[in-house]
Design a protein around this ligand. Structure first.
Ligand code: URP
Ligand code: ZN
Ligand code: ZN
Length: 474
């Protein structure tokens, strides 16, 4: 019989499609056997009563990005990937932000340097296209897709980042030719600027007005427009961080028209509402993100989207800033006007426990859907499958052991991120990842890091399952 480096015994293995009791044999960082009675190993892990899941893949994470004058993101690749690991993730896909006038290769050099030697889980980059010149779209991007940078994000909002429709069309056209997958942030910037102007005339500057200047109609319209532009070019896209029913219905309708679309939602749209922004002492600044959290009926809609498969991806959109900090939410200008509060909230550590507790343990989704929404679909859509995102012979041994009976009350200091708060402080969670293996090596056990952390590597990716074959779904 083969001798393994590690065997996980007596656990219940879960994939996106199956649940079965099996031992897992690991050799040289990969899963080498799934069978009963695997006994020959240097290390035996007893997983009695535990679920054996593929490590989480969070495909929407912002780390160490420049965020405006005097504002500093709270996580670099060290703290951000530490926090990811604590929450049961073995891979994160972060963003490489192109500065105006910068080549994509230069931007990648900067982000690879930021990540080099600092990562505790495996990492890859989406490109953010802010300056789609003929050179960028005609030469750089096609070459980079060949080199394994197979996804990119475009913004329809944020001055300085947003693209015009003709620029989005040109970017989509390059994506169609190269097989890159485009993620779109859908909010109508002109409508938002108009509303900010009106709020300023009325002297409305508190954090709660972040939500009223970014209404559902601004998200719905931009979602419809992004889907229409993709239809015109005939290319799949991902609609990221969907916050409400109306935007979600646009995805449903586009699919009915035959478009290949992936949809993503995030914990903040299940757990928070615009009321969280409406608090005294600037507390509301903690919850400022875009699109903003909506209301309870929007939360219900996002749950429906997860249950019924409108959403393929459940990501964190982790974008952390410190709260009580002049370089964070309460910077001098941010204290006086919501417009200057940096957008984004921390969540890479809490994404999986929240969906497990609120989704699986409360019977809204089953555990196979949980695996699909938090790992497998991310791997398929972003070109990492089957190396990542499943428990199968040959796959990387990225494995999270979950205790469905472990109760945890969320406290900021257990999350290991750089932010000085979590939006989920005090939330009671049932079900927690008690051990995480990255390519066969335990990196977290019972909330503590193993000695041998810092082993995260860079992942070159294949084309997305959505762009690879015409007519294909994930
Ligand atoms: O408010 C958010 N979501 N900040 C992160 C940037 C983005 O749009 O994803
Ligand atoms: Zn976005
Ligand atoms: Zn984001």
């Amino acid at each position: 019989m083969m001798r393994f480096d590690t065997v996980i015994r007596y656990g219940t293995v879960v994939t996106a499609s199956d649940t079965f009791v099996s031992d897992v044999g690991i050799k040289d960082g990969r899963i080498a056997a799934l069978a009963a009675e695997l006994t020959e190993a240097d290390e035996i892990i007893d997983a009695t009563g535990l679920f054996v899941l593929p490590g989480g893949i969070d495909s929407h994470v912002h780390l160490d990005q420049p965020s405006g004058d005097g504002i500093v993101m709270a996580d670099d690749f060290d703290s951000g990937t530490r926090s990811a690991a604590i929450g049961g993730n073995s891979t994160v896909l972060a963003f490489c932000m192109q500065e105006k006038g910068q080549s994509l290769r230069e931007a990648l050099k900067v982000y690879h340097a930021k990540a080099e030697g600092k990562c505790h889980v495996d990492v890859s980059f989406h490109l953010v296209i802010t300056d789609p010149t003929a050179e960028v779209l005609g030469q750089e991007l096609p070459a980079l897709v060949e080199d394994g940078y197979t996804s990119l994000k475009v913004f329809m909002t944020y001055e300085g980042l947003r693209l015009r429709d003709d620029e989005i069309l040109a970017t989509l056209d390059t994506a169609r030719r190269t097989g890159a997958l485009v993620m779109v942030h859908c909010e109508n910037e002109d409508a938002i600027r108009y509303l900010i102007g009106r709020h300023e005339e009325d002297g409305k500057f508190e954090p709660k007005f972040h939500a009223t200047t970014r209404p559902i109609a601004a998200e719905r319209e931009a979602t419809h427009r992004a889907l229409s532009l993709a239809e015109i070019v005939d290319v799949p896209i991902v609609i990221v961080h969907v916050s409400n029913r109306e935007a979600m219905e646009e995805i449903r309708r586009a699919r009915q028209r035959g478009q290949k679309i992936a949809g993503e939602t995030c914990p903040q749209y299940l757990m928070l509402t615009a009321d969280d922004l409406d608090q005294s002492e600037m507390e509301g600044a903690k919850y400022v993100c875009s699109p903003p959290p909506r209301d309870e009926s929007s939360q219900d809609a996002c749950w429906e989207g997860l249950e019924q498969g409108v959403f393929d991806l459940f990501s964190s959109d982790h974008c952390p800033f410190r709260f009580d900090d002049p370089e964070g939410k309460l910077n001098e200008k941010g204290k006086r006007h919501f417009r200057w509060i940096p957008n984004g909230i921390p969540g890479v550590a809490t994404r999986l426990p929240i969906l497990f507790s609120e989704g699986v343990m409360k019977g809204r989704i089953d555990i196979n859907q949980f695996v699909a929404l938090t790992s497998t679909n991310h791997a398929k859509l972003y070109g990492l499958y089957p190396r990542k995102g499943t428990i199968a012979v040959g796959a990387d041994a990225d494995i999270a052991l979950w205790d469905p009976n472990k109760s945890v009350t969320v406290r900021n200091d257990m999350l290991h991120h750089g932010a000085d708060y979590t939006p989920y402080e005090g939330l009671d969670i049932r079900g927690w990842p008690v051990r995480l293996l990255l390519r066969g090596k335990t990196i977290v056990e019972d909330g503590h890091f193993a000695q041998q952390i810092g082993q995260g590597g860079y992942l070159r990716r294949d084309l997305s399952s959505l762009t690879r074959q015409r007519g294909g779904q994930i």
